[in-house]
Every structure is written in C-alpha cells, then in structure tokens.
Design a protein around this ligand. Structure first.
Ligand SMILES: CC(=O)SCCNC(=O)CCNC(=O)[C@H](O)C(C)(C)COP(=O)(O)OP(=O)(O)OC[C@H]1O[C@@H](n2cnc3c(N)ncnc32)[C@H](O)[C@@H]1OP(=O)(O)O
Ligand SMILES: CC(C)C(=O)C(=O)O
Ligand SMILES: [Mg+2]
Length: 513
C-alpha cells in the first residue's frame, strides 16, 4: 500500500501573487469548484488579512467547497491569524497556514528579528492558530537558504506547539534537487518529533527546478506538495500541479506515493485558470500545452499509429484531452498522410496516386505551417472533381469593401448547380453582406442560428476557423470554413452548410450534421 501524497493547491494564493493574476471573488469560486472536482486535498484560497476582498473570497470558497480542506495564509501576527481563523470558519475542514522567515538574510534584513525572537514568534503563532483549528501548517519561509541546525530547532518547537504540517519552502527557487532532497532527509531524521507532522515541499521555479525539487523531496519523505495549476505563481512560478501529479502517476515504479487527483479534470482546470488570469499556456507545456500530445514528424506519427506507446508515456485522455493529435506538416510521412486521408473517406487506388498526392502535400507544407483537412482534400485532384460534382454550391470569388460612413458591400461569384452566378449585396458588416449576397443567389430560405470565428494559431496571419449553423424546416446543419481571411472562411462555412442542408434534405430528413 502506497503512502498518500497530499496535494495542496495554492493557485488562489501564491498563484494570485503573480503580477497581473489578481482574481475576483467569483473567479476564485469558479476555480475552487474546479479544484474540488479535481479532488485536491487542500485549497489555499488566499491571504485573508491582505484585503477585505481577499477575506471575502476565502470565506466564500470555504462556504461552497465541501470536499477539500480550505486554508488561509497568515503572517505570524495576531491580526493575520485571527482574520484567517474567521475566514475559514464556514469550511467543513479548515486550515491556517502561518509562516515566518528563518534564513539569516530574511531574519536580519527583513524581519529585523533575532533567531531567538523568530522561534518564540513561530511558537506563539502556531498556538494562536490552534485556537481556531487543530489543522495548522507552519512554514519557515526561505527554508532553502536557512541553516539546517536552526531549521531543526524552529520546526521541533512548532510541532511541539501544535503544527500538524511542516512546509519547507524554497521561497526563491535557489535549491537543486539533490540538495533539497537531502534537506528533507536530514530534517526528518534529526527532528525528534518529526513523525508528529506531515512534511511538505513548496518550491519556486526561478531556476526551472520547482517540479524536480518537489519530486526529490517526495523521494526523501515529503508527503505533501504545494503546487499551482499551470505552475502559476510569484516570479517564475510554483511547482506545476499537473506535472507533479502525472510524474507520480506515470512513474509508480519510482515513487512510494499516490495521489487522489482525478486526472481527467486537469485540462479543464488548466484552461479555466488560463482564461481567468489571461496567462496563456505555452504550446510545449508538459501535460496541458497544445502540443503535449501532438505529433508532426513522420517517424513519430508512424510509430504512434503502429503502437501508441512508442512515443507517448501517458494517455491524452487521462488528463482530459479527447485524444492525441496528428498534425500534418512538412515533417509528416506517408503513413500519417494516408491514414488521415482514409479517415476523411479518401482512398488511393494505386501506390502511384498516393505518391503523387504526397509530393503535392510536401510542396504545400513547405509554404504553410500546418495543413488542415480541407487542404488535404483539395490536394487530391480526383476527389476534388468528385467533391464539385457532389456539391451544389461552390465559392468561385469574393470581393468585399468597407469604408467609414459607407455601407459594407460584398460581391460574390458562386458555382450554383452547374452555373456561374454573381451577386452584389450590402450589409451591416462585410460578413453580413457576403451572406446576403450568397442567399440572394441560392434562395435557401434557411435561417442563420449561429456564427462564430476562432483563430487556429496566434497572430493576425493565422488561419481563421468559422462555423455557421443553418436551420430550415426543423433541420439543423453546421458548416465549417477555414482560411487566412475570415470573410472568405465565413463564406466557405456558409456554403458548406448550404451543401449539407441540400444533401441532408435528400438523405436524412431529420438529422443534425
Ligand atoms: C513568500 C510569500 O509568498 S509570503 C506571502 C506574500 N504575500 C503577500 O505579501 C500578499 C499579502 N500582503 C499584504 O497584503 C500586505 O503585505 C500585508 C497586509 C500582509 C501587510 O501590509 P503592511 O502592514 O502594509 O506591511 P508591508 O507589506 O509593507 O511589510 C510587511 C511587514 O510584515 C513583516 N513580516 C513579513 N513576514 C512576516 C511574518 N511571516 N510574520 C510577521 N511579520 C512579517 C515585515 O517585516 C514587515 O514589517 P514592518 O512593516 O514592521 O517592517
Ligand atoms: C508563504 C510561503 C510558504 C511561500 O509562499 C514561500 O515561502 O514561497
Ligand atoms: Mg511561495
């Protein structure tokens, strides 16, 4: 039976200390609910003495979250501890986390206190916190730069005073894994009452070592890790929750611990925190980055198609992705190209046809970063002809103009059931004018139920993807279009929907496509 590793999430406290990441009460509640779905053991919801707003947030989180312990941070001063004690009162399970710095530089230059005074204050703070809850965490801030002898002294005293969790922070991200691991071993061995508390690691990422240091701590006896979603936090951030959890889960051969985290909720948590804070997740970020389970190079794609584990150590589905992803680009090979086209319903009769299409694909890939399904379809000439025959409508050309004080206009030329037709229309914007021009030629009588635009990659030159939903006589169809020009993408989506509407009308009178 493995030991339980307590996952202490501090996205709402240390994460929020990231410049620009301040959250409102409502936003904190939304994140806290997702952390509860993730099944984190402890949520550090804020620093109640920091402001009336943060007090309210911690109190609100304590009121709505039922399955995780709610924690408030407090300096070793009376008002902080009392505010934290009040804020966590509504929680089913509440914790006060009190801290005081123990490194020579912090004690002398910041606190202006002697080591004896720091020990005395730590003991006093833990005792005061115990008046509110029997779940008290104590942190010797900047432990990573503190003297081990002094750490042993202050921690022993804090446990004696009633601390049930001892958190060892590498506050400035100065430690390296071997050193940090040995520090845990030394503290656990030398402190006589260390068995009466859970030891915890709290690492910062200034040298990019937060996760490695936390794992070294776990290997040396830590049974709580403090972390944040997406590694959000002061300066370069904190230990990333998703990385710690998946490292422990994936390397059960190395770690003697396990977590209770519902890993399928990880991606949703990452996206929520990113949306609320506006801190984008880099594409190559482990676990939650857009490329974490994407393969573009042919050799990898070939390997994954033959046997997933050749290039994947985790399942995308286990952390919340719907599936892994094959990205078609200039590094892709024949196997992935052929497989994707087969998925799109396109098969080659001869090896030569495949090779010719693959050659055209490579030429296009040299000009374009990512090749989309539409590009693949139009690469295959025979299929192109078939597509035109099956389609009633096709965009031939589009010209739009917009000018301050003038009505936007669109001139559209379409292939309509074997004939080339053109129309000019005005609208409230160029997309509206384009749709009106198309409708004036097609006269579908369908109503537009939804129109949305999203960009596929970052940048104003990126591909725009549009979706159009049309309804006619109770039938609903969704059309998609993509292009670097969003008006063209919109026209393609509208026409795609019209074609579906016609073919669906013939084939399946009541379905949604
Ligand atoms: C490593 C960490 O992440 S620690 C947590 C950091 N988070 C925050 O600071 C966010 C919330 N902070 C705040 O809102 C404010 O700093 C407050 C409300 C806590 C304090 O505000 P102020 O009273 O204006 O003090 P200020 O922030 O200027 O200075 C901090 C004071 O706390 C003292 N202090 C710092 N840590 C501690 C501690 N753990 N225990 C006791 N005193 C402490 C400092 O020595 C300084 O005291 P001084 O004013 O006598 O010199
Ligand atoms: C309050 C403490 C635990 C902290 O965030 C740190 O030292 O980094
Ligand atoms: Mg910190």
């Amino acid at each position: 039976m493995k030991d339980h590793l307590v996952i202490f999430d501090t996205t709402l406290r240390d994460g929020e200390q990231s410049p620009g990441a301040s959250m409102t009460k409502e936003e904190k509640i939304r994140i806290a609910k997702q952390l509860e779905r993730l099944n984190v053991d402890v949520i550090e919801a804020g620093f109640p003495a920091a402001s009336p707003g943060d007090f309210d947030s911690v109190q609100a989180v304590a009121s709505v979250v039922k399955d995780s312990t709610i924690c408030g941070l407090a300096r070793a001063v009376a008002n902080d501890i009392d505010r934290a004690g009040e804020a966590i009162k509504p929680a089913n399970s509440g914790r006060i986390h009190t801290f005081i710095a123990t490194s020579p530089i912090h004690m002398e230059k910041k606190l202006r206190m002697s080591p004896d005074e720091v020990v005395e204050r730590a003991v006093w703070a833990v005792k005061r916190a115990r008046n509110y809850t029997d779940n008290v965490e104590f942190s010797p801030e900047d432990a990573g730069r503190s003297e081990p002898d002094f750490l042993c002294r202050v921690i022993e005293a804090a446990i004696k005073a009633g601390a049930t969790t001892i958190n060892i922070p590498d506050t400035v991200g100065y430690n390296v894994p071997k050193q940090f691991g040995l520090l845990f071993r030394e503290l656990l061995e030398r402190i006589p009452n260390s068995d009466q508390a859970i030891f915890s690691a709290h690492c910062h990422n200034d040298l990019g070592l937060a996760v490695a240091n936390s794992l070294a701590a776990v290997e040396n006896g830590a049974r709580q890790v403090e972390c944040t979603i997406n590694g959000l936090g002061e300066r370069a951030g904190n230990t990333a929750l998703e990385e710690i959890v998946m490292a422990v889960k994936t390397r059960q051969d190395i770690f003697d611990v396990d977590t209770r985290i519902r890993t399928q909720e990880i991606l949703a948590a990452s996206r929520l925190v990113s949306n609320i804070t506006g801190f984008a997740v880099q594409p190559n970020k482990a676990i939650v980055g857009a490329n974490a389970f994407a393969h573009e190079s042919g050799i990898h794609q070939d390997g994954v198609l033959k046997h997933r584990e050749t290039y994947e150590i985790m399942r995308a589905e286990d952390v919340g992705w719907s599936t892994n992803k094959m990205v078609m680009g200039k590094h892709s090979g024949r196997n992935a190209f052929k497989t994707r086209l087969e998925e799109l319903g396109i098969e080659f009769e001869t090896e030569q046809e495949l090779n010719d299409a693959f050659g055209r694909f490579k030429e296009l890939a040299d000009r374009k970063h990512e090749i989309y399904d539409e590009d693949l379809q139009s690469l295959v000439t025979d299929n192109n002809i078939q597509r035109v025959e099956n389609e009633n409508y096709r965009l031939i050309s589009l010209k739009v103009s917009t000018e301050t004080g003038e009505d936007p206009q669109a001139e559209v030329t379409l292939w309509v059931k074997g004939q080339e037709v053109s129309a000019l229309s005005y609208g409230s914007g160029v997309v509206d004018a384009t749709f009106k021009a198309i409708e004036s030629m097609v006269e579908s009588g369908a109503s537009l139920e939804l129109y949305s635009v999203s960009n596929v990659t970052n940048g104003t030159d990126s591909m725009g993807e549009t979706a159009v939903r049309l309804e006619k006589g109770g039938r609903i169809v969704n059309g998609q279009g993509s292009d670097t020009d969003i008006v063209t993408a919109s026209a393609k989506a509208y026409i795609n929907a019209l074609n579906k509407l016609e073919s669906e009308t013939r084939a399946h009178p009541q379905t949604t496509v």
